[in-house]
Design a protein around this ligand. Structure first.
Ligand SMILES: Nc1ncnc2c1ncn2[C@@H]1O[C@H](COP(=O)(O)OP(=O)(O)OP(=O)(O)O)[C@@H](O)[C@H]1O
Ligand SMILES: [Mg+2]
Length: 329
């Protein structure tokens, strides 16, 4: 009998992987060389792609992440933390002469400021991702997810071809653009016919729909419906108010937010995405996908940072017990 070693990858995540430095306490900077002492400083996994890949691994999905880091200590740290959590980091790129991106989050009492240095993030190229996709197909990948579209300067214009290729090889596809720092929302309209799922938050859905139709949408459901009519199931995250999904035929589903004492909302959207993708890949019905995703987003707000509070599959899979799960958390 011959024994063949096979690697299985469920999901290939394309995007950004950079640390978040979360500072809390007396964080409003006073210039003039004043030294301020802080209550907390945590260096944790950040980047929408990194947090989502971590969330999928936590749910038991075999997940490979392709993203560009620099050749420095922060890049090594991301590799270490992600790999210790079960994410396949073999496709993470180390760009020579570049620094790894970093986000500094200043957490105030009821607001936060976010300072980002992109570093190597935008340098991820079509060739890099094509190589990762070809390998993922050999490893039986079922799904391709793209995160942080507006930060991926080199890849963005090449994405239509990449999504087409992935679909022609049997993979399903999804996109969470996250926010567009330029607020122009360019390029996404062309991607819609090549996506199974689009996962924006409220503000992003409104911006993208405005770009698609040329008119300011009257509400978030109208925005989602216009985007969905161009191809994908559109799932809109709405913070404490939960989420709404609209399919290409215009069917609307809603899920109320799960009541929770939120400590830190960083990464709630990516954790929501991870749970929605896992549920979608399990073939669950869209209402159950939405329920699990909302519960995952709520649970993730109960801990500091993007990955600290991500749920396991057991926490999501007992129907009707969302409040109990949160109480135990
Ligand atoms: N305060 C909260 N209470 C309950 N649920 C929440 C809360 N904040 C977030 N969630 C859950 O997490 C989901 C995603 O959160 P949010 O709408 O903030 O996404 P996002 O803006 O994409 O986040 P991110 O900053 O990670 O990109 C929500 O749809 C909701 O289900
Ligand atoms: Mg988001």
């Amino acid at each position: 009998m011959t024994c063949r070693l096979t690697t299985v990858t469920d999901v290939l995540v394309v995007g950004d992987a950079n640390p978040d430095l979360i500072l809390s306490g007396d964080v409003i900077p006073r210039f003039g060389q004043v030294e301020q002492l802080l209550d907390g400083a945590d260096l944790v996994i950040g980047g929408s792609g990194g947090i989502l890949a971590h969330g999928l691994a936590r749910l038991g999905r075999s997940t490979r992440l392709v993203a560009a880091t620099g050749s420095d200590t922060l890049g090594d740290l991301m590799r270490q933390l992600l790999s210790a959590a079960g994410v396949d980091t073999s496709a993470l790129l180390r760009q020579s002469d570049q620094s790894t991106g970093i986000t500094v989050v200043l957490t105030g009492e009821d607001d936060r400021a976010v300072l980002t240095h992109l570093g190597a993030i935008p340098l991820l190229s079509r060739a890099d991702v094509q190589t990762a996709l070809d390998r993922a197909v050999l490893d039986q990948a079922q799904h391709l997810h793209v995160a942080s579209y507006f930060l991926l300067g080199e890849l963005a214009p090449e994405l239509v071809g990449l999504l087409e290729d992935a679909r022609s090889r049997g993979l399903t596809t999804s996109l969470d653009t996250n926010f567009d720092p330029a607020e122009r929302w360019d390029g996404v309209v062309e991607l819609l016919p090549h996506l199974d799922l689009l996962l924006p938050n409220r503000q992003e859905a409104l911006g993208l729909a405005h770009r698609l139709t040329g008119a300011v949408p009257v509400d978030v459901e109208t925005a989602a419906a216009s985007l969905a009519a161009a191809g994908p199931m559109v799932v809109v995250k709405d913070g404490a108010d939960g989420a709404v999904s609209v399919d290409p035929a215009g069917h609307v589903l809603r899920e109320a937010g799960t009541p929770v004492v939120a400590l830190d909302a960083t990464g709630a959207g990516d954790t929501f995405d991870a749970a929605y993708l896992d549920s979608f890949l399990r073939g669950l019905d869209p209402q159950e996908c939405l329920r699990r995703a909302c519960l995952a987003g709520a649970i993730s707000t109960s801990a500091l940072g993007g990955t600290g509070g991500q749920p396991t599959i057991d926490q999501l899979s007992s129907p009707g017990r969302d409040a109990d799960v949160l109480r135990q958390h």
